[in-house]
Design a binder for this molecule. Sequence first.
Ligand code: PEP
Ligand code: MN
Length: 348
Amino acid sequence: MIVIMRSGAEHGQVERIERRLLEEGYELRKVEVGGKTVFVAAIEGVTGGDLVGRIRSEEGVEDVIQNDILFKEVVRQKDSGATTIDIDGIRIGGGGVAIIAGPCTVESYDQIMTIAASVAASGAALLRGGAYKPSTSPYSFRGLGRQGLELLRAAADTNGLRVVTEVMDVRKVAEVSEFADVLQIGSRNMQNYDLLREVGRGDRPVLLKRGLSARIKEWLLAAEHIAHEGNERIILCERGIRSFDTSTRNVLDLAAVPLVKEQTHLPVVVDPSHATGRRNLVLPMSLAAVAAGADGLMIETHSNPAESIKDAQQTISLNEFNDLCTKVKEVAQAVGRSILTGAAVYGR
Ligand code: PEP
Ligand code: MN
């Protein structure tokens, strides 16, 4: 942390800050710059960062620059490689591209069975679908609940797929874990710290979506909460962030993909469906995401997109999904990667 005292700060005020930092365990260098006292303070290990606010509110302090180490678990350690998360034979983060596909919401046996069979044949390795759905309006469909989980599991097992589904409530973590291979924490819950800690205490890999307006630092701190509880099997998911422009549902922050991969050892997948909210943008953004280094994609697809109970406008047809897989494979190959296909899973 760097503490800049006001010019003309009283001797007692400067001393008080110096004492405070030393008491907290900081190593200090005190320099005089342009008539101001500046403390360069460093501490071994991770801090919660709370001291910054307290120092900033002290008399005689002009500004505090926070550069303490806030992460321990999710940061990329020197010489440590990327983490590969093995989901029952599908290794996410190992260079291959994992495709997660399925409807926004599990609607019925026929719906999920048809979609699962088709996406598996096209190249998806994991099946998505909401059983417990977050919804902005309390009057929207909230999902089939446990029945949805059962249908999702059956559809995945029949087709050699793994299950990714959202858990919204601390009280449902055990139930969703019974059926899911990967627990999804949705955007709206990225800062639900009790929920993060609960999935952190479990053994299911977690797909952590970026919050609606979350900074990268906040997103990584959310991941740190999970890792801190012991579960390091975390997959980050960039799904677009709020901006002033309403042309697309969100703004897909593609730069976040290489940036986060530089800063952490965790795999990063991209969800172009929620990021754009537009069916015709899902393909180009998928290709761009793979070219940018994404470890996977999460795509909403449906046998009859127009009839999709939720998110119809961003849901692509099964044919479009098949075409997307073909093109993603080409881009993957062009950048020296391949798709973790259903076929590889069938081969187990
Ligand atoms: C979803 O994937 O079903 C979903 C609701 O996404 P998000 O949390 O990104 O809005
Ligand atoms: Mn959706």
